[in-house]
Structure formats: structure tokens, C-alpha cells
Design a protein around this ligand. Structure first.
Ligand code: OGA
Ligand code: NI
Length: 362
């Protein structure tokens, strides 16, 4: 199949979600039937090939706390955020046992009987606990169901968690706290390279009460992986997204008009720059386009934490950067409004919300 250019990809990113239509989980379909082909409602075929690259940045977080290495580490983080919008974080200090415990507990949730999960089916986009599977409409007007079941929880400043499995609450609380701290340190590192005053970021983005979302994605094996997709190309809301998974690859990122497999060494965290960091840095950091592909062999599960500013924070380009650049390249918007718009708004001009925030020259 002819490869698709970067311009085409931009046209086919997610435009709106319809998370309100609950079918029995995809897991049930995949478990119960001997599926030989993908049912037509899942059909999605716009999948340019991905390459493997050994130049995806790897950041050693422990260097940040080493006086001799800190300035180089900070420089490397900023460079990764600007060039790729993505990096592999190692030696991040989150215990492997905790990450495994979160994965196990999340898997237990997906394994609950459908009747148990049904109480959390999404009724509105702003439900703090929701699960199911849903349809997506892309900007090129394709509508299809994702080859994925999800569980989405708002975990900070208020912590929401299903009652079952019981173990989930405890491990998730700790994971949420530790990832928040990590995200804050990364934001600080970025602002240090931008020579912003230390307090400035915390004050403007109100990181003390950062809005943090937890999402677990469950992708059953798919009989025709090139006929369906886990999540089509999109960018995330927030500052930094952290992703870990069960050892089965599937995340791909877009870089210079080409797709790449995001490999992850054991115990690493895949980090991507999200929309509000691009906006806040007036475009210096890039909110990277990414997608999740499926495979026919093994089930895959990813655990995602979207670390945002406070839902009350009005996020626009940082004033000192606007001054330096001569103008703002993005409009400001309250974060809460941004998250809701991304989930519910139908098209304004057919572009994803980050595109709509851009202020063009003319
Ligand atoms: C997401 C996402 C990718 C994956 O949940 O926003 O991009 O590999 N997930 O599961
Ligand atoms: Ni994402």
C-alpha cells in the first residue's frame, strides 16, 4: 500500500469521541467467539507503516539529582521535548513492584464480570469513573469502534476509583502520587531551561491541585490487525503523559512525517509531551501525535497517566516567553474547558482542538 504523507495523517486525526454508547466489552467478544475476521464496525484501514529507530531519546532521571550531571540532564530533557515530544524515562524511582501491582489490579478490573463493570459505563463525558468501548470520528469523517476497552478515572485533586477489585484503590493512590511528583519535576526541568522563575510555573498552572487522569487500555488480540486500530492518531491533553504496558508493544509516535515504534525497555516509562505543555511553552515543546496499533498474537494492556495543570488554570503561552517571541502563538483556555471540548465538541472547522488553539500570522 502506498505510504501516507504527514499531511494526510493530520487530516485523519481524532475529531470527536462518542463515549456514551456502551456495548458489552470488546473483551467479551474476543473471549467468547472464535473470531476469524474483524466485524465491520471496527474497520479502520488508514495505517501507514512504522519504522524502528534507535535515536528515540532516552532520559536517565537519576542524573537530575546528581549535581555534576543535572545541567546536561535538563538540557537533554528540553531537547527531547522540542525535537520528538517524546522520550523513554529510565531510573525514574518508581518501584517496579508498584508498577506491576497497578497492572495486575487493573487487569483484575477488566476481568470482572460484565455486570460488575456495567455500573461504570460512561453516561457523560465528565463522569469521574467510566469504562466501556467507544466510537471515534476522525477529521476525515471515518467513524468506527476502537479495538479497545478502557477504564478512565479522575485521580487528582479528587481520587475516584471503582470498589472492585479492592486492591486497586491502594496501589493506584500511591502510583498517582508518585507520578504526579515525577511530572512536576519534569515540568520544573523544562522551565529551568526556558529560564522561567521557579515559582512562575507552579503559580500559573496551579500544579499543587493538578488535574490527573488515569486511563487503562485493554486491547484483545485482533484477527486482522491491519483492519482495526486501538487508538487512531491523536495528541493528549495535559503537560506530560506517562505510559507503561504489559510488555506487548503497540504504541507508535509520529516524527518528521514518519511513524516509529516506541520500544520500551523493562521498567521504563514512555513519556510524551501533551497539548498544554506545547501551549505553555509557546510551541517550543511539541505535543506528539501518537497511536496504538493492535496485533493478532497477544493481548496488550497499557496504563496511562495524563498529568495536567489544575482544571481551574487558564493555560496560554507563558508571559515571559510571549515577550521573548514577540507574540503568542496559541489562545489561552481554562484547562477544564479544554478537556471537555476534546471529549465532546463536534467539529468547529474540522481540526483537532490543539490546531484550533493556534493563532496564525494572517
Ligand atoms: C492514550 C494512548 C496509547 C497506548 O491512552 O492516550 O495514547 O499505547 N494510548 O495504549
Ligand atoms: Ni494518547
Amino acid at each position: 500500500m502506498a505510504s501516507i504523507t504527514a499531511a494526510d495523517q493530520d487530516l485523519s486525526s481524532i475529531n470527536s469521541y462518542q463515549p456514551f454508547e456502551y456495548d458489552a466489552g470488546l473483551k467479551v467478544l474476543a473471549d467468547s467467539s472464535n473470531l476469524k475476521s474483524v466485524p465491520s464496525k471496527f474497520n479502520y484501514t488508514n495505517q501507514p507503516n512504522a519504522l524502528t529507530s534507535d535515536s528515540i531519546p532516552v532520559i536517565d532521571f537519576s542524573a537530575l539529582t546528581d549535581l555534576d550531571q543535572r545541567s546536561k540532564a535538563i538540557h537533554d530533557i528540553a531537547k527531547a521535548c522540542q525535537e520528538w515530544g517524546f522520550f523513554i524515562l529510565v531510573n525514574h524511582g518508581i518501584p517496579e513492584e508498584l508498577m506491576n501491582a497497578v497492572s495486575r489490579a487493573t487487569k483484575e478490573f477488566f476481568d470482572l464480570p460484565e455486570g460488575e463493570k456495567k455500573q461504570y459505563e460512561a453516561k457523560s463525558a465528565s463522569d469521574p469513573i467510566k469504562c466501556g468501548n467507544f466510537n471515534v470520528t476522525t477529521t476525515s469523517n471515518q467513524t468506527f469502534t476502537l479495538w479497545r476497552d478502557y477504564l478512565k478515572l479522575y485521580v487528582h485533586p479528587e481520587f475516584h476509583c471503582p470498589l472492585k477489585p479492592q486492591v486497586l484503590r491502594e496501589v493506584l493512590l500511591e502510583y498517582s502520587e508518585r507520578t504526579r511528583k515525577l511530572a512536576r519535576e519534569l515540568v520544573e526541568a523544562v522551565s529551568e531551561t526556558l529560564e522561567l522563575e521557579k515559582q512562575y510555573v507552579d503559580q500559573v498552572l496551579k500544579l499543587e491541585s493538578s488535574f490527573q487522569m488515569f486511563a487503562a487500555n485493554f486491547y484483545p488480540p485482533c484477527p486482522q490487525p491491519d483492519q482495526a486500530i486501538g487508538i487512531p492518531p491523536h495528541t493528549d491533553p495535559g503537560l506530560f503523559t506517562f505510559l507503561i504496558h504489559n510488555g506487548v508493544a503497540g504504541l507508535q509516535i509520529e516524527h518528521d512525517g514518519q511513524w516509529f515504534n516506541a520500544e520500551s525497555p523493562r521498567n521504563s516509562i514512555l513519556v510524551n509531551v501533551a497539548d498544554q505543555l506545547e501551549i505553555f511553552t509557546n510551541g517550543r515543546c511539541k505535543s506528539v501525535m501518537h497511536r496504538a496499533v493492535v496485533n493478532s498474537e497477544r493481548e496488550r494492556m497499557s496504563i496511562v497517566v495524563a498529568n495536567g495543570p489544575s482544571s481551574e488554570a487558564v493555560v496560554g503561552p507563558a508571559a515571559p516567553l510571549v515577550k521573548r517571541d514577540g507574540r503568542a502563538f496559541y489562545r489561552p483556555m481554562k484547562y477544564e474547558e479544554y478537556v471537555v471540548s476534546q471529549l465532546t465538541k463536534s467539529r468547529l472547522d474540522g481540526k483537532p482542538i490543539l490546531e484550533q488553539m493556534k493563532i496564525h500570522d494572517d
